[in-house]
Design a protein around this ligand. Structure first.
Ligand code: CP
Length: 308
C-alpha cells in the first residue's frame, strides 16, 4: 500500500479507513524497534509548530518527543498568552503565520471545528490535538495501537468505555475508530453524562450496549477504557459538582476484572482510578502513554515522508 498519510491532515478519525490504520500500526511496530540513527532521517530539516490553546501534558510533550526522536525541530506556544493574540491578532492570522514557518502544524483548541478550520487555511498538514468535546484523533490512534499490541488484535474484543461519554472527545474518537473493527462496546456513565444522541447516530451498525452497570462491565470486558469527568466543558459548575466522584475504579472494583483484561485511561486521571490500582497487572495506562510517543513518531514520519 502506498503511504496514505503523506502530507495528509489528521482532523477526524472518521476520515480514515481500517486498512490505513493498519498500515500506520504496522509502521509503528517498526518504529518501536528502530534506533535513533535510523529514525532520525525522517524528520531531518523539518519543523513542527505546536499551537496549544488548552492545557496539555501528554499530547504536547509526546509530539515534541516524537518530532525530536525523528530528527526534526519544534516551535510553538502553549496558550495565547505571550502571543500576539493578546494584542488582538485573529486565530486565522496566527495559523497562517505558523504555516509559513512549519512543515506540519499541531493544534489544540477548545472550539469544535477549530482543527478543520486550521486545515482549510494551512498549506501544510494539520494534526488535531483536541478540538473541544469533538475529537482527539491521535489519542484514538494510540489507544487502538495499545490495544492491538497488548491484546494481540482488536477484532472480537469486548470494550467497556466508562465515564464522561457526553463531553469526552477521546471517547468519541475511540468509538469511531473501534467502529472499523468487529468489537462489542459497553457504555457505562452517570445518567447526566450519557453519550450524545448525535454521537450514537454515528455508531450505527456497531454492537453498542447502553447504560451498562459498572460492575457488570468490569466482569465481562477485555478492555476497560476509563475517562475523567471533563469539568472544563460543563456550562455550569454546579452541574459538575452533582456528578463529581460518581464512579471510581479501586481495588474492590479490580477484583471483578478478568485477569487478562487491560485497563486504559487517556489521562489525566483526577480520582476515577485510585492510585492503589496502579499495582494491578491489568493497569496499562502508563504503557499506553509510552506507546503513544512511538505512534506519534510514526505518524509524523509518514506525514513528512512519501516513502518511509
Ligand atoms: N490524553 C491527553 O490528551 O492528555 P493531555 O491533555 O495531557 O494532552
Amino acid at each position: 500500500m502506498a503511504n496514505p498519510f503523506y502530507l495528509r491532515d489528521v482532523v477526524s478519525i472518521k476520515d480514515f479507513k481500517r486498512e490505513e490504520l493498519e498500515y500506520l500500526f504496522e509502521q509503528a511496530d517498526r518504529f518501536l524497534e528502530m534506533g535513533y540513527e535510523e529514525k532520525s532521517k525522517y524528520g531531518r530539516g523539518k519543523l513542527m509548530a505546536l499551537m496549544f490553546f488548552e492545557p496539555s501534558t501528554r499530547t504536547k510533550t509526546s509530539f515534541e518527543a516524537a518530532m525530536l526522536s525523528i530528527g526534526g525541530h519544534v516551535i510553538g506556544f502553549s496558550g495565547a498568552r505571550g502571543t500576539s493574540m493578546e494584542k488582538g491578532e485573529s486565530l486565522s492570522d496566527t495559523i497562517r503565520v505558523m504555516d509559513r514557518y512549519a512543515d506540519v502544524l499541531v493544534i489544540r483548541n477548545p472550539m469544535e471545528g477549530a482543527a478543520r478550520y486550521a486545515a482549510e487555511l494551512a498549506e501544510h498538514p494539520v494534526i488535531n490535538a483536541g478540538s473541544g468535546s469533538e475529537e482527539h484523533p491521535t489519542q484514538a490512534l494510540l489507544d487502538l495501537f495499545t490495544i492491538r499490541r497488548l491484546k494481540g488484535g482488536i477484532d472480537g474484543l469486548r470494550v467497556a468505555v466508562v465515564g464522561d461519554l457526553k463531553y469526552g472527545r477521546t471517547v468519541y474518537s475511540l468509538l469511531n475508530a473501534l467502529k472499523l473493527y468487529s468489537v462489542e462496546v459497553y457504555l457505562v456513565s452517570p445518567p447526566q453524562l450519557r453519550i450524545r444522541e448525535e454521537a450514537l447516530y454515528d455508531l450505527k451498525g456497531m454492537k453498542v450496549h447502553l447504560d451498562v452497570e459498572l460492575d457488570e462491565a468490569l466482569k465481562l470486558a477485555d478492555v476497560i477504557y476509563v475517562t475523567r469527568i471533563q469539568r472544563e466543558r460543563f456550562p455550569h459548575p454546579e452541574e459538575y459538582e452533582k456528578v463529581k466522584g460518581s464512579y471510581k475504579i479501586d481495588a474492590r472494583a479490580m477484583r471483578l476484572v478478568k485477569e487478562d483484561a487491560i485497563l486504559l485511561h487517556p489521562l489525566p486521571r483526577v480520582g476515577e482510578i485510585a492510585p492503589e490500582v496502579d499495582g494491578f497487572g491489568q493497569a496499562k495506562y502508563f504503557e499506553q502513554v509510552r506507546l503513544g510517543r512511538y505512534l506519534r513518531e510514526t505518524l509524523l514520519a509518514l506525514i513528512l515522508n512519501e516513502n518511509p
